[in-house]
Design a protein around this ligand. Sequence first.
Ligand SMILES: [Zn+2]
Length: 443
Amino acid sequence: MLNRGPTLNTRTVLEIVRKYSLDSAGVEVTSLGGLKKIGGQNCVLITLPNGDQLLIDCGKIVGDDNFEKEKASLYPNFDAINFDRLVAVVLSHGHYDHILAIPKLLELRGEREIPLLILATPVTFVVLEKVLANAGYKADQLSKLTTFQLLNDQQSIGRFKIEAYPVIHSIPGSVCLVIEACKKRIMYLSDFKWMRNNWIEYSEAQVLFEKLARTNIDLLLMDSTNAKMEGQTPSVTRTRATFERILTAEKYKDRRIIIAMFSSAFEDASDIAIAANELGGRQCSCRGVAMSFFFDLFGVLGDQSHYADGQEVIFVTGGQAEKTAVLNKASLGQSDWLELQPSDVVIIASNPIPGNDVNIELMVSRIKTIGCEVITTKESPEIHVSGHEMIDGLKRATETIQPQRLMPIHGDRPSRVQLGKAVHSTNPELDVLIVSDNEPIVI
Ligand SMILES: [Zn+2]
């Protein structure tokens, strides 16, 4: 029998955490949220021995703020932040589970003489501006925020050196970050995948990770969203081909096609829209507040006025059966944006996030009752490619970056343990830190 090295269990995990907590003069890393579920309130605080602090990402679970009981659990726990010593917030990308709690952070921070620096790439900053405007921050207040535009860039803020490198994810402007302070290098590899389109992107990521490996990464914090999924995240080529088949299928020729997907996956939507325009002369549109925001912001659909020959393609939100999203409300006959017709073909182009499965099944059954044909990733897995890397890709990233320690983030405990076990199978010496939110580790 092969010796696979020690398995990751709670006892070894606790020992590891204790080991890194002994040296209280080191750099402290604390997750303030995001370790309980996927799509959580991702937020990591770095505290130096002198008390200076830096925050990485500041997400919120998209929920209903009107439910007072639920409200507190939607946000990171900001108790560990000393607002007099917080020098900057660095954002990895513009998804809501990484930026939506910024207005709350500013509210708690209150008036301070020195403005808080927020570092983000231009795309992320555009999304953030909208988030801040929605939260009631006016232009003159926004000007108090100092923004750096990170991209293959280095910034020194106080004792922190911050490096940002582009990575592939489902929203443009995504970066991985390396924070250097007190001679420690902490890499934050948030949501990413090796490639979206082709192997050129794969090799570029390989070169980047090898380069960072040579700089000695003390701690790697890495996304574990898809740790339970076997294999490596494929390119979007197969998704394009599948949609081309659907759009040209004889049986769908005279039927309206409704596509539910994440509003931020607008690059995928753009590919589908081009195929719909060119192959069937179908006009494309989108419905829903979040989707309209992203589609307008990035000009996803372009000029659709030339395409009116075929039946319409409509992009909507609600693939996760979210309470207020267009598709869910349409399935209940309660949407102002969309009225489903029996002849519609409804494509749900996202994998169910654990916890949403039951609601999605109920929604699908309501849509079928209306008479629509429904295609999900269960019947046709090729209609969606995740923006997150799967277990083989995560393992490969760890092997390439060669960190001293790995702390899986962005996921429930089973997903993070799964990632730990996978990297241990080939590298039993690597310390894997499975911690809880608000449990600091010191390196
Ligand atoms: Zn993301």
